[in-house]
Design a protein around this ligand. Structure first.
Ligand SMILES: Cc1ncc(COP(=O)(O)O)c(C=O)c1O
Length: 409
């Protein structure tokens, strides 16, 4: 038995499902829920740059980047040095660290429309904080969100075993990208917040960039109805634009949620808001013992130094090289494959693959060739990926596609 299989067997005895949460699932979209195949890597021993090494010593080019946090590279010296320096000065103080003020200034300076920042640890925290501010400001309860969007562990927005209808009673779902549906939902009842991702970033379905005029129409409908516009930039934040995705797409947001890539893998999140929401942000009590975790905030400050417009252009170019290469390889073999979403966060989807059999087969084939992808979730490019890594991935994809076709999948 390999080391990885032995650890998996031990994990299954002591951890629900062996691998808990989203890292357990290979495909988690409407009605399709499959566990990771045994031959897929399960446990990682170490990482450096864009490469991870599993419990058996096998190395992979990581195109998942920890589901987004790794943006500057695993073990990025500047970020880790900032974390270590702050760690040496103390970790969880009884009062906020001075670094919190520095990071708030840095984020507000780079995020158009923002006047303040409040820190927490995760995307779930950041969205929860934004919802509390929106409800405090408007005095309203209802929320409007898009079908298929994931905004974190909020019982008001999540489905499935262990969740109850009563928790979702104040939430309505609309299609992302249709301003008329948004208008109708906002006119139906007084809404505290319309919560949307900056582009349609559903898992398992082609992703869509905003159609022309979409965000201007959304802004008008929010203003007409008195609802606040919350942009959940947890997943894409800082990969598209150093000012955040709202600025990238010209979105006039009331509240912006950031986390994942903020501190290059250390747990940190920020909720940013405009001047008119300052009083509401001051009025709410939302908190966490570890919020404002000083070393992660120091890491975030150092990470932001690395994330400028040129860095975002580099990630977009790498993503285009990857996406164009994959589409060409598939087309040469008569296989329908779409790559959608922004180039730095590409989503692969095979045509006529409702149960993701082909997607799973490609992911498995790539894993055996030293590349880690996910069959239904978008991928993430980072500053640690080099053009040569993309070429290596494409070489592996060519062999994995041939194998998949030979096997009649
Ligand atoms: C768009 C979006 N919002 C919120 C979250 C929740 O973030 P976290 O897992 O850090 O709580 C995620 C996580 O995947 C996300 O993709």
């Amino acid at each position: 038995m390999s080391e990885g299989s032995a650890i998996l067997a031990r994990a299954r005895a002591r951890i629900p499902g062996g691998v808990f949460g989203h890292r357990r699932s290979f495909a988690f979209v409407d009605g399709v829920m499959r566990g990771l195949p045994e031959r897929y890597p399960h446990f990682i021993a170490r990482a450096h740059g864009c490469r991870i090494v599993d419990a058996d010593g096998a190395e992979y080019i990581d195109l998942l980047c920890g589901y987004g946090p790794m943006i500057s590279g695993y073990g990025r010296a500047e970020v880790d040095a900032a974390f270590a320096a702050q760690q040496a000065r103390g970790v969880a103080y009884s009062l906020p660290s001075t670094i919190e003020v520095e990071l708030a200034e840095a984020l507000v300076a780079r995020t158009p429309g923002s006047a303040w920042a409040a820190f927490s640890l995760s995307g779930t925290d950041s969205v929860g904080l934004a919802l509390a501010v929106a409800r405090a400001h408007t005095g309203r309860e209802a929320l409007v969100v898009a079908h298929g969007a994931w905004h974190g562990n909020h019982t008001s927005m999540a489905f499935g075993s262990g969740r109850i209808d009563a928790d979702r009673q104040r939430t309505r779902w609309i299609r992302w990208g249709d301003p008329e549906e948004a208008r109708a939902a906002l006119e139906r009842e007084p809404v505290a917040a319309l919560v949307l991702c900056p582009y349609d970033q559903q898992v398992g379905a082609p992703n869509h960039l905003p159609p022309p005029g979409y965000w201007a129409a959304i802004r008008r409908h929010c203003d007409a109805s008195g609802a606040l516009l919350v942009v959940d930039d947890v997943r894409s934040g800082l990969r598209l634009d150093p000012r955040g995705s709202a600025a990238h797409f010209g979105i006039d947001a009331d509240l912006i949620c950031l986390s994942k890539a903020l501190a290059n893998g250390y747990p940190a999140a920020a909720t940013l808001g405009g001047e008119r929401l300052r009083a509401a942000a001051e009025a709410i009590f939302v908190s966490g013992t570890f919020w404002g975790f000083a070393p992660a905030l120091a890491a975030a400050l150092a990470n932001l130094e690395l994330l400028d417009a040129a860095a975002c252009r580099v990630m977009a170019a790498l993503g285009r090289r990857l996406g164009d290469g994959l589409v060409a390889l598939a087309a040469a073999r008569g296989v329908g494959l779409t790559v959608s979403g922004p180039p730095a966060l590409p989503l692969l989807r095979f045509a006529e693959d409702p149960a993701f059999d082909r997607g799973c087969a490609l992911a498995e084939g790539l894993a055996r060739r030293g590349v880690l992808i996910h069959p239904t979730h978008n991928l993430f490019l980072s500053l640690a990926h080099q053009p040569g890594d993309i070429d290596e991935i494409l070489e592996a994809a060519e062999a994995a596609l041939d194998e998949l076709l030979e096997a009649g999948r």
